[in-house]
Write a protein that binds this ligand. Structure first.
Ligand SMILES: [Mn+2]
Length: 270
């Protein structure tokens, strides 16, 4: 049994433009009221990124989360997010359009089209959104939990500490180097590093470098791994010897918006 946090800690999986479902899930958990305003008091609420693409109202999701972050600050709570690969994609397309990288094979325009990019998200993007998204950390440690968007060890390419990784990514996304931007997108789009026979060892290696007892990630839909309909998913998925917790319920594909209190107690394990 993992130790409880000093303060209540919640994590939310990938939203992909489904603002109404997000509000309903947060209301059910008691973190917002009927008007969608913060009632979470001293709770720390972390999003796993991927606010945009594939769904109807990515900008509405970002606006909601930015507003909740303001409101939480006033009540001694925290609302924050790690950076998702779809944020990098949206910002990359906004910045570089259809320009190709050095190989001539890749562009944000192509990847944006192939990965559910929404014109309405591009049209609604303001400088304030860009600045807030660009400055989100790639990785954060909250108590014994290491939170990151994607189930990949690629984050370690950017540094040997959480601060180093976040500084590297932030620096690359400040610059005008398309190839660097594209590498951030591609690295954070990798997945499944903790699934096979070596999965637990890989998770433990990453936890050994960056700290924490359990990796919590979104990005890879639980139902796809289990080979079931996303509607059948009712909670997050601990795996790799409980060293990893997947919390992407597959909201855009008809699955639930998972709002998970950490540490997660697996009902199947009790
Ligand atoms: Mn993702």
């Amino acid at each position: 049994m993992r130790e409880r946090q000093d303060r209540p800690l919640y994590a939310v999986g990938d939203i992909h433009g489904h603002r109404d479902e997000l509000v309903a899930a947060l209301r059910e958990t008691g973190l917002v009221d009927d008007a969608g305003d913060w009632t979470g008091q001293d709770v720390d609420l972390w999003f796993m990124g991927d606010f945009v693409d594939r769904g109807p109202d990515g900008i509405g999701v970002i606006d909601l989360v930015m507003r909740l972050a303001e409101q939480a600050r006033e009540s001694a709570g925290t609302v924050d997010s790690v950076l998702g690969n779809h944020e990098v994609l949206m910002l990359g397309y906004h910045r570089f359009g259809d320009t190709s990288d050095a190989t001539g094979l890749h562009s944000f325009g192509l990847s944006w089209l192939r990965n559910g990019g929404q014109e309405s998200d591009q049209a609604g993007l303001t400088d304030e959104h860009i600045e807030w998204l660009r400055t989100r950390p790639a990785v954060t440690r909250q108590g014994e939990h290491l939170l990151m968007h994607a189930d990949t060890t690629g984050y370690l390419d950017w540094g040997a500490t959480i601060d180093e990784i976040n500084a590297t990514v932030a620096g690359q996304l400040t610059g005008d180097d398309l190839d660097q931007w594209f590498t951030v997108w591609r690295t954070m789009t990798a997945r499944h590093a903790f699934r096979d026979n070596h999965g637990q060892a890989e998770a433990e290696r990453m936890l050994g470098v960056l700290g924490g007892e359990q990796i919590v990630h979104g990005h890879s839909i639980i139902a796809e791994w289990l080979g079931v309909d996303p509607k059948a998913i009712t909670g997050p998925m601990p795996y790799a010897g409980d060293r990893v917790l997947g919390i992407d319920g597959g909201l855009y594909d008809g699955g639930p918006c998972l709002v998970v209190e950490l540490p997660y107690a697996d009902p199947a394990a009790s």
